[in-house]
Design a protein around this ligand. Structure first.
Ligand SMILES: Nc1ncnc2c1ncn2[C@@H]1O[C@H](COP(=O)(O)OP(=O)(O)OP(=O)(O)O)[C@@H](O)[C@H]1O
Ligand SMILES: [Mg+2]
Length: 261
């Protein structure tokens, strides 16, 4: 199978990008796909979702992270860490990435550094899916992520401010088509849904206005098992297999895989 690269992006912070990327990645692996997760956010939350804090700090300070690739210190293949799960590998981020926007300014073809670095790996078709977790920003680094991805998935939190600013995101995506023409919006995923709160319905209604954007049928409810799983540095599908969110991530992963065909 040809490798499919999907990035998880929304400049709104805390909407569930990392949690969705972590768990959908594991769910795809459980369905037999070979998955590589790339943590492209200096908060390192995706790395923390799979490794304990000491390991994460060592990865950040060492040379096995995505930042080293951007600095031309080795190939992306050399930066891959194995997780505790056979079908899931991960490339860590680094908390030292804070100056990346300035660093990119002096580089040739600055929007394509990540894409170029991934070229061999993608061509090898070693992975079925490469999932990239993005930071909550819209700058030159995020443009690199958009250029490297085939598909984009937008998590939206079912909250009063969850959709505030989404028009700006779509404007940014429209403008980015000039340099990332291959990118397809896979759809919007509603996260942290709570049936008791009126704004879940409001969010679902408002999403109908995004005419040409697909809204995933499967959405993710608020579930405390997610936070416990994150504390244990495990996907919720491992930490609490019979939880509601574990079943929801599995269903979402299936829906995603169908949409990527
Ligand atoms: N379905 C859920 N149920 C309960 N808590 C959730 C759920 N999804 C996410 N969270 C919590 O919400 C917080 C934000 O989630 P997450 O880190 O995935 O968002 P993010 O979009 O990646 O944030 P950032 O913009 O900072 O990268 C986390 O503390 C996470 O534990
Ligand atoms: Mg995040």
């Amino acid at each position: 199978m040809k490798t499919k690269t999907i990035c998880f992006l929304n400049n709104k912070g805390g909407c569930g990008k990392t949690t969705t990327c972590c768990n959908v990645g594991y769910a795809l692996a459980e369905q037999g796909y070979k998955v590589l997760l790339i943590d492209a956010d200096m908060q390192m939350n995706l790395t923390l979702s799979y490794f304990p804090e000491e390991t994460v700090l060592a990865l950040a300070m060492g040379d096995k992270n995505i930042y080293d690739v951007i600095k031309n210190k080795g190939t992306i293949q050399e930066k891959i860490s194995s997780t505790a799960y056979p079908n899931v590998d991960l490339i860590a981020s680094s908390s030292l990435m804070s100056g990346i926007e300035y660093e990119l300014l002096t580089r040739w073809q600055r929007e394509y550094i990540l894409k170029n670095a991934m070229q061999e790996l993608v061509k090898s078709e070693h992975y079925d899916y490469i999932l990239i977790d993005s930071p909550p920003t819209l700058g030159g680094w995020v443009m690199n992520i958009l250029c490297a991805a085939d598909y984009l998935l937008i998590p939206v939190e079912a909250s009063p401010w969850g959709l505030f600013g989404i028009a700006n995101l779509f404007e940014f995506l429209e403008a980015s088509k000039q340099i990332a023409p291959q990118l397809q919006v896979l759809g919007v995923v509603v996260t942290k849904a709570d049936e008791r709160k009126a704004y879940l319905k409001q969010t679902l209604e408002a999403l109908k206005d995004l005419e040409s954007t697909y809204v995933f049928k499967n959405y993710i409810h608020v579930d405390s098992a997610i936070e416990w799983a994150q504390e244990a540095s495990k996907p919720v599908l491992v930490h609490k297999k019979n939880s509601r969110s574990a079943a929801e991530y599995l269903a979402l992963a299936k829906e995603m895989a169908i949409r990527c065909q």
